[in-house]
Write a protein that binds this ligand. Structure first.
Ligand code: ANZ
Ligand code: ZN
Length: 839
């Protein structure tokens, strides 16, 4: 082989175009091979590839290439989650069109991905912002509507009175609009919803079958769905009405010292109609945030309505408050408050001087133990609770539910935390919701033939508000039902809808419908899905919901989209900063010269502070640019670094020394490959064993996504080959190393494969075969005798069974010649030593 240096700059580009030309990674739906669908979460085209993408996609790539080598027809696609707010923000800030901005970013990022040599089927590339994607999504949305899974209802939004626009939750900062700084108001608007709650039970139960998902993701989803068993019962109020409340702790009922309702509750509204003070209080509640987390931490505020509620067992009259921590959308919007055992109630009672009795204690004799400044929500026995005294919590729950049900006051009930999914966004850069409002016919779905309903191009972002709403012509259409003048819906869909079915469109891309059921069935479910833990809840839950909904509608044959899920760790780096003019200014690693104990800013030699090793992020400037490192070290070194050292689920600290080491290893392997001599003679049994064992182990590691282990084994085999003397075994080991490295360092491997005189691409070559006999650690030499005379010697795996040794001995030609057809009377086997045949 040649002794030139390996030059990534030329080799990378050369092999990338060779794969492109040969369409090496094009997935064939009609292939008879077993299918394997490997998918990484598709990126948002923000402008540049982030190092986190590089890590995620490298992992998927190794698996995809390995699956191909092991005889699978692999689908490994890539696309763009291309709708969303950053494009609109760019439009507002830079005066560019969101479409142009997004498409430029896609072009740039695609080129970056290509430089990494990923084995992707680019023929299936899709961008969710293109009509040939979102038009099909509109069709699916209409299908969901027709299946009864889409509806409209009034619901609260964050309204920025200055920008005259609805804000997403993340655009509300400390109760103010992120751009205008104006105090955000809550407004009721008609919004579109998807009925995910219809699937709550299924989505929860389905988690059990997902054994190949991380436990923590399953737990997070289960908590989000939030099934709770409790009791709904009614208090009799002093005004003669009944007030239903919901509790998950009916056992604590003797500890209830007040009752509270949400600001929107009819009881609160009734009080407000009579009291100016109550109206002011309710208005104040509405200014605060409404998320559960905000309510948890906000100061607890209440307004005494003057109404009282009669305790069902003691008859005590409990005050009824309007309280800011009670949500209208959960349970009944009213609670029995038990300050001793619920933290929110505890804070409230402390503030308003209400009694805090104990009704659960560690033991019966701790009934009067004071609280240590907070509520106790744990297990124990009931105390100060009349007929419940001495009972365990679970027994007491059952007892109360039974008595309340017997009285006809209420019923045991299951409540879900999961809410229906509000998908309306008052924004431009999203899928237009395919409905038409007609004064005569109401809400009418757009006819399917009219899809895609495309976004107008001529929009301006300098005026506040939704560009679709103010566009002069776009929304004006004739009603598809009665032909009268009507208006299009101007809301667009939440971008999470785009990522809820993209994996189906990758599997099948007909022009006239979202996907073909039979073709999808060939690929789905995704065999391995890889992405960030930040998508543990919403994206994965929504994708599971769409899949189940489409299955129920008879459009799909799978219920769960992702058979295995892997959440990779982050790429991290220390930060560099110093205070300048009262602000903390961050510096990028390439602006710093790092010494053992300190870090200096190259520009002025001044010392900067070394911060914690944290996730790479633009705001902290602790990032490395993938393009720069590919330029410097080549794609294979970068890929190798992404796989080395850290287990893939853990964080990977970026280091200059680390990537340099990887680059050195690429060249070291090249030198070894260059020493390949196809004609070398002689064998080296120990090396053969090592080679075969490494092949088997690397395969197991890749299947288990233990890439760092596979990397370590390749290092080890490399070391062993370097030490070995030339032999046929050594040549085989070198050839095998090229194959083992191929999924990880595909450019180097192709270059070596070609230089060794192999025909075809290594990307198309099968995974090296393993001889099981060579996987056994030790071999022994067995003497084979006939009538006590040595006739042959055999090499057998250590510990081979008597039967195997006997069979091997009888298979020996020399032994057969010696026996010469005589009748065998007895075979004596001494394991690991000898076989003697008696005739
Ligand atoms: C009495 C009680 C005693 C409660 C106790 C808890 C502990 P999870 O478990 O999250 O489902 N709750 C009910 N409806 C509410 C609403 N609309 N807004 C705010 N809080 C509400 O929570 C159920 C518990 O949250 C219910 O059980 C109720 O307080 C409260 F030691 O009732 B509990
Ligand atoms: Zn009409």
């Amino acid at each position: 082989m040649s002794d030139t240096r390996f030059d990534p700059a030329s080799a990378d580009a050369r092999w990338q175009s060779a794969w492109d030309e040969a369409q090496t990674f094009r997935a064939d739906s009609d292939s008879p091979k077993p299918k394997s669908y490997v998918l990484e979460m598709f990126p948002y085209p923000s402008g540049r590839i982030h190092i986190g993408h590089v890590r995620n996609y490298t992992m998927g790539d190794v698996l995809a290439r390995y699956k191909k080598a092991t005889g699978h027809e692999v689908l490994h696609p890539m696309g763009w989650d291309a709708f969303g707010m950053p494009a609109e923000n760019a439009a507002m800030e830079k005066g560019v069109h969101p479409g142009g901005w997004t498409r430029d970013n896609i072009e740039h990022m695609k080129a970056q991905l290509k430089r990494l040599g990923f084995a992707l089927d680019w023929s299936r590339e899709l961008a969710t912002c293109e009509p040939d994607y979102y038009g099909h999504e509109q069709a699916l949305f209409i299908d969901l509507y027709e299946a009864g899974l889409v509806y409209r209802k009034e619901s609260e939004v964050n309204w920025d009175p200055v920008d005259m626009t609805v804000l997403a939750n993340e655009q509300v900062i400390d109760g103010k609009g992120w751009r205008s700084g104006a105090e955000v108001e809550k407004r009721k608007l008609n919004q579109w919803f998807l009925k995910i709650t219809d699937f709550a039970e299924e989505l929860l139960d389905g988690l059990e079958g997902l054994e190949n998902w991380p436990e923590k993701v399953r737990t997070m989803q289960a908590n989000w769905i939030g099934k709770s068993k409790g009791l709904e019962f009614s208090f009799d109020l002093s005004n003669g009405e009944k007030l239903p409340v919901y509790t998950t702790r009916p056992d604590t009922i003797f500890g209830a010292t007040f009752v509270a309702v949400a600001a929107d509750h009819p009881v609160a509204q009734a009080v407000a109609s009579r009291s100016e003070e109550a109206r002011a209080f309710i208005a104040q509640c509405k200014r605060g945030g409404t998320t559960a987390a905000e309510l948890e931490t906000a100061e607890k505020l209440g307004f005494d309505t003057g109404v009282t509620a009669s305790h069902p067992f003691t008859g005590a009259e409990l005050p009824v408050y309007i309280a800011n921590f009670v949500l209208m959308e959960y349970g009944t919007g009213a609670i029995m408050a038990v300050p001793g055992h619920d933290q929110r109630d505890f804070e409230f009672a402390t503030k308003y001087g209400l009694p805090i009795p104990r009704v659960v204690a560690a033991s019966a004799d701790a009934a009067d133990k004071p609280f240590a400044g907070e509520a106790e929500s744990g297990e124990g026995v009931l105390v100060n609770s009349g007929f419940l005294d001495g009972m365990a919590v679970e027994d007491a729950k059952r007892e109360i539910i039974a008595r309340i049900e017997a009285d006809g006051r209420g019923q045991g009930k299951t409540v879900w935390r999961l809410r229906d999914w509000g998908v309306s966004r008052q924004r431009y850069w999203g899928t237009p919701i395919p409905f038409i409002h007609c004064t005569a016919c109401g809400v009418v779905p757009a006819p399917k033939e009219s899809l895609p309903i495309t976004l107008p191009e001529d929009v301006d972002f300098q005026t506040p508000g939704n560009p679709l709403l103010r566009h002069p012509t776009w929304k004006h259409v004739d009603c598809p039902r009665c032909g009268a003048k009507a208006e299009r819906e101007t809301d667009t869909l939440d971008t999470f809808t785009n990522s809820s079915w993209y994996f189906l469109r990758f599997a099948s891309q007909p022009a006239d419908k979202p996907f073909d059921r039979d073709e999808v069935a060939k690929w789905m479910p995704v065999e391995q899905y890889i992405g960030g833990i930040e998508h543990a809840i919403l994206h994965l839950l929504y994708a599971r919901f769409w899949t189940r909904a489409l299955e129920r509608m008879g459009m799909l044959d799978v219920k769960e989209p992702f058979a295995s899920l892997f959440t990779q760790g982050m790429v991290t780096h220390e930060t560099y900063s110093r205070a300048e003019g009262g602000k903390t200014v961050y510096y990028a690693p390439d602006e710093i010269s790092r010494e053992a104990e300190r870090a200096l800013l190259r520009e002025d030699g001044g010392e900067v502070e070394i911060g914690r090793v944290i996730k790479m992020s633009k705001s902290k400037k602790n990032v490395v640019d993938p393009d720069t490192i590919i330029d410097t070290y080549g794609a294979d070194a970068v890929r190798w670094f992404m796989l080395s050292d850290s287990p893939p689920e853990r964080d990977l600290p970026w280091s200059e020394a680390g990537i340099e080491g990887c680059s050195r290893f690429v060249h070291r392997l090249w030198r070894l490959f260059a020493a390949y001599d196809g004609g070398a003679k002689g064998d080296d049994k120990a090396l053969d064993r090592k080679t075969h064992q490494t092949v088997a182990a690397v395969a197991d590691d890749i299947e288990a996504l233990g890439f760092n282990k596979a990397v370590a084994r390749i290092y080890e085999l490399t070391g062993a080959v370097e030490k070995a003397a030339p032999s046929a075994s050594r040549s085989l080991a070198i050839r095998t190393l090229v194959q083992l490295a191929a999924p990880m360092m595909p450019h180097l491997a192709e270059e070596a494969w070609a230089a060794m005189g192999e025909s075809g691409l290594i990307a198309d070559a099968p995974w090296p075969a393993v001889d099981p006999a060579l996987l056994v650690e030790d071999e022994v030499t067995i003497a084979v005798q006939h009538m006590g005379k040595l006739r042959d010697t055999l090499t057998a795996p250590k510990g081979a069974s008597r039967e195997d040794l006997e069979a091997m001995a009888l298979a020996s030609e020399k032994v057969q010649r010696s026996i010469d057809g005589a009748e065998i009377r007895k075979v004596i086997v001494v394991p690991d030593r000898l076989v003697n045949i008696v005739t």
